[in-house]
Design a protein around this ligand. Structure first.
Ligand SMILES: C[S@@+](CC[C@H](N)C(=O)[O-])C[C@H]1O[C@@H](n2cnc3c(N)ncnc32)[C@H](O)[C@@H]1O
Length: 288
């Protein structure tokens, strides 16, 4: 397992921007705010309501919800990991905010809240880190009041551009072997990152009890020139704390010299080239 990233707050503040230029970091930050704003438009939060941000991390959704409620309702900052709650609480304390929120250390598969106790459940990029999504989605349904809403965003990594699509077999030794392994890794049913898409999520929501949930696919296309140093970051940076990096995943199939050669070939081929990438995601808007 990768030792590069020790916890979620470190990942959210540093690792997620690995390999990005300052301009790309600015774009990512703006995109995160835009995603947050769509989730909050869907949620139609009212001031007196109880709102939970599940897997709040550094508080992207919860802080904005608290601002929208002007601290007159209740925003529950909820996460499985204490470092995330500590980070959010520090910001609240430093800002002098003393009411309108609660901290809840709880995994989303077993949320420590009574049935039908919240009006709105918000979430961004959490299910993608949970192997078994049905128990988590059913648990969200359980804690919502009748008429309550679950509004979320999740990346659908399985349909993203794969490395082999942007490479040329002429320049990459063992291109075919790595293509086969990459496809196998992206279709691994036990890998939380890629064991789902919009159809499986819709099915999970319906099984949980949400009637006619909206699951809207968003396709984002990006184009940029690969700069020196980006490729090693792609391979060495873990997708989340405690999860293996792409290089570590390849090492389950090939020896280190072969993986290093592949990485070097990819770097030599891509550096200085303009690439086009497709990255898909879904917005969920579901009512109990
Ligand atoms: C990619 S981060 C997203 C953080 C935040 N929602 C945001 O949009 O910036 C994933 C978050 O999910 C949390 N998480 C991972 N597994 C979880 C689980 N089983 N239950 C609750 N939270 C979990 C992590 O601690 C982390 O804060």
């Amino acid at each position: 397992m990768s030792e590069i990233c020790k916890n979620w707050t470190q990942w959210l503040k540093q690792n997620r921007f690995a390999g990005q230029t300052p301009e790309m970091i600015e774009q990512t930050t703006k995109w995160l705010e835009a995603v947050r704003d769509v989730i909050l438009v869907y949620a139609e939060i009212m001031q007196h309501e109880t709102v939970i941000d599940i897997g709040c991390g550094t508080g992207l959704l919860a802080f904005k919800a608290l601002e929208m409620q002007d601290c007159k309702g209740k925003v529950i900052f909820s996460d499985k990991f204490q470092d995330c709650l500590d980070d959010c609480k520090k910001i609240l304390d430093e800002s002098g905010v003393t009411e309108g929120y609660e901290m809840l250390l709880s995994p989303c598969e077993h949320i420590a809240l009574p049935e039908s106790s919240v009006h709105k459940a918000l979430m961004r990029s959490v299910l993608v880190h949970i192997v078994h999504k049905q128990p988590a989605i059913s648990e969200i349904y359980r804690i919502l009041k009748p008429g309550g809403k679950f509004c979320a965003f999740e990346p659908v990594i399985r349909s993203n551009t794969r490395y082999w699509e942007i490479l040329d077999p002429m320049y990459i030794e063992k291109y075919g072997d790595f293509k086969r392994v990459e496809n196998e890794m992206m279709e691994n049913e036990l890998d939380s990152l890629c064991n789902f898409d919009e159809n499986t999520l819709r099915m999970n929501l319906e099984i949980a009890g949400f009637s006619i949930p909206e699951v809207k696919v968003q396709e984002v296309a990006s184009r940029y020139v690969v700069q020196a140093g980006m490729v090693p970051e792609w391979f060495n940076n873990p997708p989340s704390p405690g999860q293996p990096s792409t290089k570590e995943r390849y090492l389950k199939y090939f020896d280190e010299a072969t993986v290093n050669k592949y990485m070097q070939d990819v770097q030599n081929y891509l550096t200085g080239r303009e690439i086009s990438l497709r990255s898909n995601a879904v917005f969920i808007n579901a009512t109990k």
